[in-house]
Design a protein around this ligand. Structure first.
Ligand code: TXA
Ligand code: MG
Length: 333
């Protein structure tokens, strides 16, 4: 397959300025954030935001996160912002926390998927913040991968998935967090925090900051459609198989015997024979999160048919890692 020469650019001041200009011109730019790379467009430009859906092959009507340069821009996008939302912003922004708040008048249906709410986040990445600062407005940015595929944590991942569709990929190096932001719904004045997606900010950290418990899952009356919360998402080509720790070596051997090409995510690659592609996957959940998507992609690149993994303990960052692994292993058509 012929490919255009790479459009990965170093994130130097000249390219950051150019990225802001491209956004103003309604173009798509891939930008690094601390979680994953985002496919960015001017959130006030409906045609540009529509181009995101087209590039990702994402069904229209899914809401997008609007990235802002700092908390003071919250009022331009949200209204009736609750005390709880303000506290969380003060505590976790810039950072991997997306807050769903009531949308301000004039925020487009294209960005919000027609919902009366909008997702807001101030990313904690110097390049993302520099682009947002120079651009001066809100930037709609879903993860820069094809719909339902594995999120990108490097510029090369974006080039591989969307190299033809973006005007520029700003290279900010590998993403530090490696899984997407935690999404909380704080759109009602009741001060409840509903966690819609586990991610880079742990539930424990939110509860510590708030001094009270959060609720897991959407509000009862919520009509939210969130692709990140669908059964099959973040899926590599290879079938992900979740194993009990004591069963993983045996399962790998049995699949190899059947002619499968196996990758395992393991903190002890030496436990597997050479027919198995053993991909390092640390016990420490934050370190595992930073590697997860790169390893899923590595298994696909090596032509593996199956990826075997053990779910981490579901505390701290383990929740987000387990969530992504479960969805990657989800039923497929
Ligand atoms: O870390 C992240 O959040 C990355 C980086 C680029 O910031 N972005 C990201 O975007 O993961 P995306 O579009 O791949 O996932 C955002 C999720 C989607 O599941 C979307 O449905 C949900 O956020 N979302 C956005 N706005 C929403 C809203 N108003 N109500 C409920 N869910 C919303
Ligand atoms: Mg995504």
């Amino acid at each position: 397959m012929s490919r255009r020469p790479t459009n990965i650019c170093p994130a130097d001041p000249a390219h950051i300025t150019q990225a802001a200009e491209l956004l103003r011109a309604g173009k798509l730019v891939a930008i690094p954030t601390e979680t994953v790379y985002g496919l960015a467009a001017d959130a006030r430009n409906d045609a540009a935001v529509s181009a995101i859906f087209e590039a990702k092959k994402r069904p229209t009507g899914h809401p997008m996160i609007v990235h802002i340069a700092d908390v003071s821009a919250m009022e331009q996008w949200g209204q009736d912002v609750s005390t709880t939302a303000r506290q969380l912003a003060a505590h976790f922004w810039p950072g991997p926390l997306t807050m769903i708040v009531k949308r301000a008048p004039g925020v487009s249906d294209v960005v919000t998927g027609g919902l009366q709410t909008v997702g807001l986040r101030v990313p904690a990445h110097p390049v993302a913040l520099a682009v947002l600062g120079q651009f001066g407005g809100g930037v709609a940015a879903p993860s820069a991968n094809k719909h339902c595929a594995v999120s990108p944590t490097s510029a090369a991942h974006v080039q591989n998935d969307l190299g033809e569709e973006v005007a520029m990929i700003l290279d900010g190096g590998p993403c530090r967090v490696g899984v997407e932001s935690t999404i909380v719904d704080v759109s009602e004045p009741d001060d409840q925090v509903h966690v819609l997606r586990a991610g880079g900010v742990t539930i424990e950290a939110i509860e510590d900051a708030m001094g009270r418990k959060v609720l897991i899952g959407p509000r009862k009356q919520s009509k939210v459609r969130a692709p990140g919360t669908m059964a099959l998402h973040y899926a590599p080509m290879a079938q992900v198989v979740l194993c009990a720790p004591e069963a993983i070596a045996h399962t790998a051997r049995a699949l190899v015997r059947d002619g499968a090409r196996i990758a395992v995510l393991s903190d002890d690659p030496s436990a597997f024979d050479s027919k198995v592609l053993a991909l390092p996957f640390p016990q420490d959940a934050s370190a595992a999160a930073a590697l997860l998507f790169d390893q899923l992609r590595a298994a696909d690149k090596a032509g593996c048919t199956h990826i075997l993994a053990v779910l981490p303990d579901e505390t701290g960052m383990g929740r987000a890692v387990a969530d992504r692994l479960r969805r990657a292993a989800g039923p497929r058509s």
